[in-house]
Each structure stands twice: as structure tokens, then as C-alpha cells.
Design a protein around this ligand. Sequence first.
Ligand SMILES: *[C@@H]1O[C@H](CO)[C@@H](O)[C@H](O)[C@H]1NC(C)=O
Ligand SMILES: *[C@@H]1O[C@H](CO)[C@@H](O)[C@H](O)[C@H]1NC(C)=O
Ligand SMILES: *[C@@H]1O[C@H](CO)[C@@H](O)[C@H](O)[C@H]1NC(C)=O
Length: 322
Amino acid sequence: MVILLVAFLVVSISARQFSVSGVSSGAAMAIQLHISHSSDVVGAGIIAGPPYYCAQGSSILATTSCMTTPYLINLNSLLQYAQEQSKAGTIDNLSNLTSNTTGVFIFSGLLDTVVNQLVVRQVEKFYGNFISSSKIYSIYSVSAEHAWVTNFWGSACVYLGLPFVNNCLVDGAGLILKQIYGSLQPSVATVSHNLISFDQTKYVNPVAGVMANTGYIYIPTNCQSSPDTCRVHLALHGCSQNFGTVAYSFILENGLNGYAESNNIIIIYPQTSISLSKNPEGCWDWWGFTGYNYALKSGIQISALYQMTQNLPLENLINLDN
Ligand SMILES: *[C@@H]1O[C@H](CO)[C@@H](O)[C@H](O)[C@H]1NC(C)=O
Ligand SMILES: *[C@@H]1O[C@H](CO)[C@@H](O)[C@H](O)[C@H]1NC(C)=O
Ligand SMILES: *[C@@H]1O[C@H](CO)[C@@H](O)[C@H](O)[C@H]1NC(C)=O
């Protein structure tokens, strides 16, 4: 009886594991989620984003060393910050990063004029302190501008502009999910009514510039009746790529939903909103406009995103076909 009770308690407190990916500021946030919640995040897909805590709370550093002048990045101070926070318990114990990460995928285009490729290479160096190189797969050899990359949809690979989804003949979605989950069933056609909107106000007070009222979630047909048995992946748009700016372009055309459908993976697409004074491009916070704790578990966006994975948004779903 006692043993049963203990087993029940262990099961009931264990957190749901999930994976993350993102492009640009969404990649920065994906890294922040991975580093801060390393006991629950199993892997990450990073497209064209800076290393953890690169901006150190400064918008000036964000736009200089973390975008265009990578030689100014002091990786040791970023690592030191992470170690200190791990000791303080404001992020998960970093040793989980070593034991619990199954895979990390990193992509940066040769022609990226927004986040210099040498910035993104620091992401790999940062991870290299914790994760064996055999679990990290990086691609730096494609003549791509700053965008999420696909092999079937988007602007020309060298184009810079909305909706920041480029067809580079690179299956970004498949590479990310395979690196995290191992072999996958091939991508299949998506089912339009499986993309649903949900109420983000359950997770966060939707202050302008922080989060929008509405997010999106793709629930594969096989997951509809028992969503809690499916794997969960959080996909984060970049700056100027939230729903308010590009509508469905990112959430329908990034390639993840086709793999989700055939591999029983629920994809959550949280959404930022725009504040002309604080966050005019609707970026995820990677420089501190939401508070000094933006890269820690207590950060307002990190806690909202984490809660979405633990407490799936299955209430207040609105079928977009209706
Ligand atoms: C983190 O985990 C490692 C390995 O389990 C352990 O040695 C260390 O004491 C932990 N650190 C903290 C601050 O809990
Ligand atoms: C994982 O992180 C949790 C929370 O910080 C900690 O309690 C646990 O000891 C860590 N496990 C390992 C293997 O480091
Ligand atoms: C993280 O790794 C540790 C050590 O291997 C393991 O005990 C723990 O169960 C893992 N966490 C999860 C959520 O699987």
C-alpha cells in the first residue's frame, strides 16, 4: 500500500518532457527554455539565434555583439551566468542538460545579414560544454539569408524579408525533429482542421509586447482523443513573424505539422504581440524588456511557455475551420 502510494506520488509530480525550436528571437527563446528547464526539455532546434544570455540584459549588446559583431561575445561570462543560476536554483541543474538532452540541431546561413553566422557558432560552443558533440548536428554551409528554412515553401533562399520563411531545399523541420527524436515516419499531408487556436490568457496576462491573447496548436488526428500520450514540441516564431504580422505563413508552412501528423507530435505555436515602445517587432524577450529575469524559469514568457507544455491548451480551443 505504501509502495503504491509512493509510486503514485512520483508519477503525479513528474513533469512532461517536451522539445523546442525557433528562428531568430524564437531560437534565443528556445535556448532559454532548454537551458532553464533542462530537466524537462529533451532537445532543441536552433535556426539563426544567439547563445544563452548573450545580451546580458542589454538591448545594446543584443544588437551589437549578439547580431553583427560576434568577436565581442564573451562566452565564458555567459557560461558563468548559467552556472551561477543553476547553483541558485533559478534554472534547472545544468547537469540535466548533459543527461536529458537527446539532440540539438543548429542552422545558420552563410548569407545571414541579421544574426552573423559567427554568433550562431557560439551556440554550438556553449552547448559543447554540456552535451557530447555526437548529439549536436549543425549546418553552416548553405547560402541562406536570415529565415526559417524549408525544402518546399517560402521566398528564395537568399531573400531577406517577410514572412522570413525561405525555401533553401533544406528540410529544417525534419532535421530538427529527427535530431531530437531519432528516426521518424515521413512527413504526410496536414489536416487543416487539426490546427486550432487557443486562449493564451490562461497562462499569462497578455500585456502588449509580451504575449498575444491567442496562440495556435496543431493536434494530429491520432492525438485528438488522448493528447497526453503524444509528444510535445514548442515552435517559436521570430521577430516580425508573429500571427499579427505574417498570419498563417509561419505556423502552416514551416514543415513541422506534416511530421507531427505522422509521428504523433503535438506542435504548440505560442504568439507574441507588439508594443510600439517596448517590442515593436513582436520578438521573444532575449534582452530583458520583460524584466531582469527574462532568461530564468521565473521569466514571464518562459513561465507561460513552460506552463503550456505541462498543462496543454485543450480548453477554449477554437476550430479554425468553423
Ligand atoms: C546538480 O546535479 C549534480 C549531479 O546530480 C550534483 O552533483 C550537484 O550537486 C547538483 N547541484 C545542485 C546545485 O543541486
Ligand atoms: C535535474 O534537475 C533537477 C531540478 O533542478 C534536480 O533536482 C535534479 O537533481 C537534476 N538531475 C540531474 C541528474 O542532474
Ligand atoms: C533526466 O535525467 C536524469 C538522469 O539520467 C533522469 O533520472 C531523469 O528522469 C531525467 N528526467 C526526465 C524528465 O526524464
